[in-house]
Design a protein around this ligand. Sequence first.
Ligand SMILES: [Mg+2]
Length: 189
Amino acid sequence: MERGEKKGLFYPDVLFENIYEITPDFLRANGVRGILLDLDNTIAPYEIEQPTDEMNAWFTALRDAGVRLAFVSNNHGDRVTRFNRAWGIPQFCKAGKPSPKGMRLALRQLGLAPEETVSLGDQIFTDCVAAHRAGLRFYIVPPIRDRKNLFFRFKRLLERPFVRSFRHYRLYLSKTDSMPRRQKGRDLT
Ligand SMILES: [Mg+2]
């Protein structure tokens, strides 16, 4: 899928089971220097106000690897600020995703180019569309609430035509997000 190509708007580039599968090694291998993060149900469920130890360890690993981070959230600033207090990660709230505005603003302020940045979120119609409109690759995780029912969640997703290629994307987990072009959007049954 070409960046900005209309039919690609709804296609995540890589599917992960959770954020912890996204490692500094994986990012380095894929030329990723920055991640624009969705917060709710991607990093933490709504009711978790502070990062857990596991989340802190993940942030630390990324920071130590020099990966630049920003929150781009449709939620209000209070929620994000509370969660972000200890880290002070740049945050762009009420981002209005699927508008790409918040993502573009974040890129500018972080000094990152779209080619070296990915967006990470849990929603196709907001996170994924906004990311691709801004020219970013999009990494998806299932919403935290549904992870216990992962199988059924994906089964439901796979019934939708535009996510059928997840079957292919899964094969590429932990390898590379540079899929052969011809496999994107083809061989869909
Ligand atoms: Mg979300």
